[in-house]
Design a protein around this ligand. Structure first.
Ligand SMILES: NC(=O)c1ccc[n+]([C@@H]2O[C@H](COP(=O)([O-])OP(=O)(O)OC[C@H]3O[C@@H](n4cnc5c(N)ncnc54)[C@H](OP(=O)(O)O)[C@@H]3O)[C@@H](O)[C@H]2O)c1
Length: 324
């Protein structure tokens, strides 16, 4: 396993992390989840990604006994706040009140006295940045979180937030969590450059486009049962963003490129995410231990220029953002 610094900060994360959206504490049974965490730990994964919003606290609760099997100092635990946790007007978002209450609730669900990285799951246009930054800084000073972070915040918002944090003498954003995969390369437009400039690390999500980049979905056919695509409880994002005959055909071409290299489409797709210098860690979603075994191979796979060129042709990079 390789370990990478989170941007300019001292924290080191395994280049592959284990996620818990739709799997641990929801669709994956607890024994399989225990085996996933064990195999990840044994392979050197130290980084675990979760959120209060994953099954309304269910993922954090399922992780509590699983993570308690390991020394706390071996783990880098990231959880998030923002998603609705109840019907009330203050049960969501990034207000100081909700951040404080949900941090305490997450710590209780996780059975921990601090989280390493506390993340704003999305922006909250109803709350001034000053309020969110102050709330995060207070949690850091109270020893409940070590770093704070932002998922799917545009580059401009992170620039603004870190300028305000500097003025306030508060902790800036240390880590970002964008969606990044061969079918969704937009962080290459300006987000990755901005994070490098600000010393912010990136832990990236949905590296396999919910499974479409494994080549397991056949053109002209419905999704096989037991897959994320076939499950209406899980497939809303996948159907909205990635599910098309063209993407299934591309998945088969990706599989051919991978097999010519003696690897699989999943391993190749993950190694492709890892090649980017702005990426600290790629967060894996796995419903089975066999998937984790396959995906772990990505940490060792080197990609030559010929392969990168073939992938650029199949999945072209996004156009550059026009200068302002
Ligand atoms: N910050 C955010 O807003 C955000 C959003 C989404 C996710 N995340 C985090 O990122 C993690 C990963 O996201 P993701 O689950 O969308 O990742 P993904 O890698 O795009 O999709 C994971 C799914 O693909 C399938 N899969 C994985 N490896 C496979 C393999 N080797 N062969 C065949 N199928 C395979 C599995 O689904 P099936 O077996 O069910 O088909 C698995 O659950 C999440 O767990 C979560 O922690 C964060």
């Amino acid at each position: 396993m390789q370990y990478r610094k989170m941007g300019k900060w001292g924290l080191k994360l395994s280049c592959l992390g284990l996620g818990s959206f739709l799997t641990i504490g929801y669709k994956t049974d607890q024994e399989t989840s225990r085996l996933l965490v064990r195999r990840a730990y044994e392979a050197g994964i130290n980084f675990i990604d979760t959120a209060n919003g994953y099954n309304r606290g269910g993922a954090e609760e399922a992780l509590r006994p699983l993570l308690a099997e390991y020394p706390r100092s071996d783990l880098v635990v990231l959880t998030k706040v923002w998603a609705p946790m109840g019907p009330g007007p203050n049960d969501r978002g990034l207000s100081a009140k909700h951040i404080k209450e949900q941090c305490d609730a997450s710590l209780k669900r996780l059975g921990m006295d601090y989280v390493d990285i506390y993340m704003c799951h999305r922006p909250d246009p109803d709350t001034p940045l000053e309020e969110t930054i102050r709330a995060m800084d207070d949690l850091a000073r109270a020893g409940k979180i070590l770093y704070w972070a932002a998922s799917e915040w545009p580059a401009t918002l992170m620039l603004e937030a870190n300028a305000i944090a500097k003025e306030m003498g508060a902790l800036p954003i240390s880590c970002s969590e964008p969606r990044y995969n061969l079918l969704f390369r937009y962080p290459e437009q300006n987000l990755f450059d901005t994070t490098i400039q600000l010393g912010i690390g990136n832990v990236t999500f949905s590296p396999l486009a919910h499974g479409l980049l494994t080549g397991k979905y056949e053109p002209g056919q419905e999704a096989p049962s037991g897959t994320r695509a076939a499950d209406p409880d899980q497939n809303a994002v996948m159907m909205g963003m990635y599910w098309s005959e063209e993407n299934k055909r591309k998945g088969k071409k990706l599989q051919s490129i991978a097999s010519a290299m003696g690897t699989t489409a999943a391993t190749l797709s993950l190694a492709w995410c890892l090649r980017h210098p702005a990426v600290t860690s790629v967060i894996l979603g796995c419903s089975k231990v066999s998937q984790l075994e396959e995906n772990l191979q990505a940490a060792e796979l080197e990609l030559g220029d010929d392969v990168l060129a073939a992938l650029d042709e199949l999945y072209p990079p996004p156009p550059p953002v026009p200068a302002a």
